[in-house]
Design a binder for this molecule. Sequence first.
Ligand code: ACM
Length: 547
Amino acid sequence: MKTRFFLLATLLYICQAASAAVPSLSLIPLPEHMEQCDGTSSFAKKFTIRLDSKASAEVEAVVSRFSHEFCTATAMDVQRTKKSSATMTLSLDAALASEAYTLEVAGGKVRISAAQPAGFFYALQTFKQLFPRSVMAGQPCTDIKTVWTVPDVRISDAPRFAWRGFMLDEGRHFYGKEAIKRVLDLMSVYKMNRFHWHLTEDQGWRVEIKKYPRLTEVGAWRNSKVLGWGDVKPDGQRYGGFYTHEDVKEIVAYAAARFIEIVPEVDIPGHSQAAVAAYPEFLACDPEQPHEVWLWQGVSADVINVAEPRAVQFACDVIDELAALFPFGYIHLGGDECPTDKWERNALCQARLKEIGSEKYRDLQIDFYHKLQQHIARQPLEKQRKLIFWNEVLHGNTQPLGKDIAIMAWIGADGAARDAAGRGFNTILSPQIPYYINRRQSPLATEPRSQGHGTETVEAVYNYVPAKDVPADLQAKYLGVQANFWTEWVEDAATVEYLMMPRLAAVAEAGWTPQPRRSYPDFLNRLQGEAELYELMGVSYGKHVFE
Ligand code: ACM
């Protein structure tokens, strides 16, 4: 009798503790279809997983990683089983799209289906979001008696856009591997899948290229940490850094495990003063002049001499090494803000312009890219990459580049994207206003120094409507959305995080959730609990939107 009473009391206590701990359902990004059921499901001590016997090794890897992390975060004994009584069943459903999944939690059981590894990964990310934030944060739990109670749900989900990106500029400031991994962690929380790594600038070259060692011996270092602007003068401090091939491989593997493709960017022929300083003898338009890695903000006029054959060979060699390092679909060649002044005074450039039958110096830039594209086309298939450019390339005669390139629209983004799509190019929306999330996120005096006046708030970022009023026949050209982060003023990784978060979550939802389901008040409500996640992850974030 005593034992029965004790058991009953214990059960009551567990149930009360469990019901007190039921987390609210606040998923970001909001799934395409979601139904919250009346009940809850509780998990304790043992959690068994049954995976479809036809699952690929890649799906197997996704599930193994989840099992390990889930075991650490819940202290449950997570085991694989072949029994149909498993707590979690993962099934292949070939009819689903590549990133789509279904997730059902009911009666203490979890059922997941997907067609591809990414779908399973996203289902498991959503599943973790049903739990207290400590689970997504990967915070170890040591209490094996913990009962985990989550709301019962039925979700059928797929992203609106294939491209859900974030760009970080490390040309201006170098943050290092651990900072990049934290960025990738945050992206994966919100199911973002493209990390655009802006690796070169006037102010620094950040990736080792074995064939051109001076790019990092010279180009990765400058004589000031701060970048001069207005009253701010260069400080004379030796500053810099770069990623070796080994570092890149480590980051590529880390990203791939989170279904994030890395899009490396070498911004050429403009924004290239660091490269010019490393190899002025064939990259400079005026090699007889002194060239140094730039110490200032703004746009340098010291661009690559696009009509010099050795500069073309240089760019081809860099592309070859990037293609070997980054096993993904795209390489970004920049193309923004490239002054033509030096070309206009250079004999080789003048002669080449005549040869191509143009009077517009911008066409020399396209001619340069065309040669690089022809070089890529001569490579074995596995080394070929598609090219992406900033939307300024639309100001040249893009005809030689064919239709296979993608245009990243930033300045006058909606119009530029529409122009690109109309010309048959794929396009990605990364509007400067409001998707440059390095800009101040509030007018508060406590905001760190950065560009803007604080008008790119969480609300403004959230309320941008991608591909608004785009005709149906052009919509397929819109690959998706991307937030960009420029770092002229941002010298440390904590400030990057502070400005990124929580605006990254707002962009992620624009990329994932169908427009009619998006609402800022609802998002703000769901966002509130994320402060706890950022605290647990040790991530800095803008606090003013949290109550
Ligand atoms: C850019 O913001 N210059 C692409």
